[in-house]
Design a protein around this ligand. Structure first.
Ligand SMILES: Cc1ncc(COP(=O)(O)O)c(C=O)c1O
Length: 392
């Protein structure tokens, strides 16, 4: 099919919940994508932080094909090897004690919220179920995770929302204290607010929150849906911050492009969700887990160091362009935010770059770059050259 045919069929039969760019993607290689007509696009998006191994990755495709031939799905009523091995690796590499696998980021956060409420119920009984989240956060699109999301714009249309969420300002301990109360069971944060604009939390603030949580027996829930799986240059961002959360959620890059997510629980929380309290039919799918094992093999410590170096390189190259529309860059590893100066629109900038062969994302009022973690120097340079030609 041509690009035009794909777009027209999509618009006719798929509900219009997305504002799509007028580009159809057919295939990819490394960090470069191609439309059906063969036009190339340098990818600074990795499908919103998912395709960390890029496109056409042979070991990843082989592992998926081999597992699909052997066993596609059998449910969690039985034992299978790939998710067990993946869970072992995740626990070993993080110091966490157990994993629950789900399918998407919002769903993983639902599990994390359920775990926190049950932990508190088991220990303290009813009336201690409130969760404090941060203003400007993003935690998902289910009714409960929309409520957890600290942005008023998401609290529309779908009333009634789930009770029991309060919001505090990021990097402001007094604001967190003001939201505290006897009814609180947990604090939930993104260490780098992604959708909100790529805003890393201050290290001292994060340590102070962790201390407060430990003192009051509030669970510290870290949403690593976007920051996790190597994106920030460590396997999880909490490792760089030097904390061990009670529970952390992950999704996006965990299986390199197949739908998989989950939560990691520490020793204190590993037995909170017992049989019958939480489940999902597709969770721990062996094909997705086989893909996840290839991701873990690829994300060695040396590879993760390289992610840091690539992030620094790309930010320096962009800042050196000194473009009229861009201010400072920020972020961690290959999770990069670019400030858009007053008088310029991030949406218009994205449209122009995409038209000229560079796929980018927006977040808050700025730009957001989440390239595949395997992106080459040559591909980064090509992308930066497109920025210069388009916006210089
Ligand atoms: C931090 C964070 N949490 C949760 C989600 C929701 O994930 P999903 O779209 O897979 O449900 C996202 C998605 O962008 C996210 O960035």
């Amino acid at each position: 099919m041509t690009s035009r045919e794909i777009m027209s069929l999509t618009d006719q039969y798929i509900l219009h919940t997305y504002g799509r760019f007028p580009v159809a993607i057919d295939h990819g290689e490394g960090a470069t994508l191609f439309d059906p007509e063969g036009n190339a696009y340098i990818d600074f998006t990795s499908g919103i932080g998912v395709s960390d191994l890029g496109y056409g990755n042979q070991p990843w495709a082989d592992a998926i094909a081999a597992q699909a031939k052997k066993l596609g799905h059998v449910s969690n009523l039985f034992y299978t090897e790939p998710p067990a091995r993946l869970a072992e690796i995740l626990c070993r590499r993080t110091g966490m004690s157990g994993v629950f696998f789900a399918n998407g980021g919002g769903e993983a956060n639902e599990g994390m919220i359920k775990l926190a409420r049950k932990y508190s119920f088991d220990k303290y009984g009813q009336g201690r179920a409130a969760i404090i989240t941060l203003n400007n956060s993003f935690h998902g699109r289910t009714i409960t995770t929309l409520t957890a999301t600290g942005q008023a714009v998401f609290h529309n249309y779908f009333f009634p929302f789930t009770e029991g969420f309060r919001y505090a300002d990021a990097n402001d301990l007094a604001s967190l204290e003001a939201a505290a109360g006897d009814d609180v069971c947990a604090v939930m944060v993104e260490l780098v607010q992604g959708e909100g604009g790529v805003l890393p939390l201050d290290r001292d603030y994060v340590h102070a929150v962790a201390k407060l949580c430990a003192e009051r027996d509030w669970l510290l829930l870290v949403d690593e849906v976007q920051t996790g799986v190597g994106r920030t240059g460590s396997l999880f961002a909490f490792q760089q911050y030097g904390i061990l959360p009670d529970v952390a959620s992950f999704a996006k890059g965990i299986a390199g492009g197949l739908p998989m997510s989950g939560i990691l629980a520490n020793e204190k929380c590993r037995d909170v969700l017992g049989p019958g309290t939480h489940a999902t039919t597709f969770g721990a799918n062996p094909v997705c887990a086989a893909a996840g094992l290839v991701v873990q093999e690829t994300l060695s410590d040396a590879f993760l160091e390289d992610v840091q170096a690539k992030g620094t390189y790309l930010r320096n190259q962009i800042e050196a362009l000194d473009l009229p529309c861009f201010g400072a860059t920020r972020g961690l590893g290959l999770m990069i935010g670019i400030e858009v100066r007053d008088g310029f629109s991030n949406k218009e900038i994205a449209n122009k770059l995409i038209e000229n062969g560079l796929l980018v994302l927006t977040a808050g009022p700025g730009m957001r770059l989440l390239p595949p973690l395997v992106i080459s120097k040559e591909e980064m340079d090509k992308g930066v050259a497109i920025m210069k030609e388009t916006l210089g």
